[in-house]
Design a protein around this ligand. Structure first.
Ligand SMILES: NC(=O)C1=CN([C@@H]2O[C@H](COP(=O)(O)OP(=O)(O)OC[C@H]3O[C@@H](n4cnc5c(N)ncnc54)[C@H](O)[C@@H]3O)[C@@H](O)[C@H]2O)C=CC1
Ligand SMILES: O=C(O)[C@@H]1CCC=N1
Length: 188
């Protein structure tokens, strides 16, 4: 419906889509016009200029036009041009993932609140730990597993927590959640 309304009103330059799961081919046929399409998948951290956006385009869009869209998106975060087949995985790993990360931050804070920390303080400690950990991955280039190992002192507190998270299937829950997310995008 939206594409129909847009299609009948545009003198076409480029169309930038943020729709998950909608392929370039589907978008072209929905517009029923010879359109230049840039398919993107942004995320909400763009609101604080820490976004992660992937994009791909049809061959109608020139390199200069793709570059223009990239430059717009770069004003609110990181941008990668990817092959179209990767766009569904992008929904799982960065488009939707802020929601899972907020759940993790909420859970970290709940744990601290249970141990007596005031809630606002707990959100700050949890969010800064997540921010700092993400920065370590991006800035050191080290494997996340090696960074995890650096925190786990022998016989210490961290390995105790890691062991419980492994027992409760934290990593496999996240992997399965992403697979569900991607499967949903493909059905849209
Ligand atoms: N929220 C997110 O983090 C991301 C969202 N997207 C995509 O962006 C799109 C919007 O998502 P949200 O902002 O989260 O949803 P939303 O529900 O907050 O906003 C959708 C807006 O579209 C309007 N709308 C619905 N049907 C319409 C129609 N027929 N004609 C004109 N306007 C109409 C609604 O009134 C609403 O204002 C979705 O396709 C979503 O998959 C993509 C990447 C990230
Ligand atoms: O939930 C959704 O469908 C959208 C796509 C990526 C993030 N939010």
């Amino acid at each position: 419906m939206v594409t129909g309304v847009v299609s009948s009103n545009i003198v076409c330059k480029e169309i930038v889509s943020i729709a998950p799961g909608k392929t370039l081919e589907e978008l072209i046929s929905a517009f029923q016009k010879d359109v230049k399409i840039v398919r993107t998948m942004p995320n909400t951290p763009s609101m604080v200029c820490e976004g992660m956006t992937a994009l791909c385009s049809n061959e109608k869009a020139s390199e200069g036009e793709l570059e223009f869209v990239c430059s717009l998106l770069k004003s609110v975060g990181e941008v990668e041009v990817v092959q179209e087949y990767m766009m569904d995985a992008v929904v799982g790993v960065s488009g939707s993932s802020p929601a899972y990360v907020y759940m993790f931050i909420e859970a970290l804070a709940d744990g601290a609140v249970m141990e007596g920390m005031p809630r606002e303080m707990a959100y700050k400690f949890a969010a800064q730990a997540v921010l700092g950990s993400a920065k370590m991955v991006l800035e050191t280039g080290m494997h996340p597993g090696a960074l995890k190992d650096m925190v786990c002192s022998p016989g210490g507190t961290t390995i105790e927590a890691v062991s419980i998270l492994e027992e409760r299937g934290m990593r496999s829950s996240v992997i399965e959640a992403i697979r569900g997310c991607v499967a949903k995008a493909r059905k849209m």
